[in-house]
Design a protein around this ligand. Structure first.
Ligand code: AMP
Ligand code: ZN
Length: 136
């Protein structure tokens, strides 16, 4: 997708209004329009990268440092008791907007939102085959 057509580029650059909770030269952090929980936010790099495969290591590192900072702010201000970081890459992974974004989803005791997946099963042999495929 071209950057001119990218909605998160326009939001990150301030061309489309958003509920911004943080901004610096590199990032804009906005409230998600369809929040899974109260305070659900998206960390948007201002520079376009479609997903983690395209993202520079520099921005990737800075995004995690910012998430750590904002996690503490959210815990203190929203009084959440937990927080999920979620980051989807590619349609098969559930990515719907092709501009890298890191979800910050505050969690509250007893809020009943089921974001967590169920554990699957793998034999030791299957795990070993994956380990070899990745490392050798
Ligand atoms: P993903 O499925 O990881 O690509 O997440 C896209 C997220 O962006 C969803 O949670 C949407 O609710 C959110 N979203 C889509 N358009 C906007 C928008 N214009 N402003 C804020 N959040 C948006
Ligand atoms: Zn973009």
């Amino acid at each position: 997708m071209k950057r001119e057509d990218c909605i998160f580029c326009k939001i990150a650059q301030g061309e489309i209004p958003s509920k911004t909770i943080y901004e610096d030269d590199t990032f804009r952090v906005i409230l998600d329009l369809g929040p899974v929980t109260r305070g659900h936010a998206l960390i948007l790099p201002k520079e376009h990268a479609e997903n983690i495969f395209e993202l520079s290591e520099d921005i990737a590192g800075k995004a995690m440092v910012l998430a750590k900072h904002l996690a503490v702010v959210m815990r203190d201000r929203l009084h959440c008791s937990g927080l999920n970081l979620v980051q989807n890459n590619g349609v098969s992974a559930g990515q719907t907007v092709p501009h890298f974004h890191l979800h910050m989803i505050p969690r509250y005791e007893g809020n009943g939102k089921d974001l967590n997946w169920k554990a699957g099963e793998a034999t030791q042999e299957e795990l070993e085959a994956v380990r070899r495929q990745i490392t050798q």
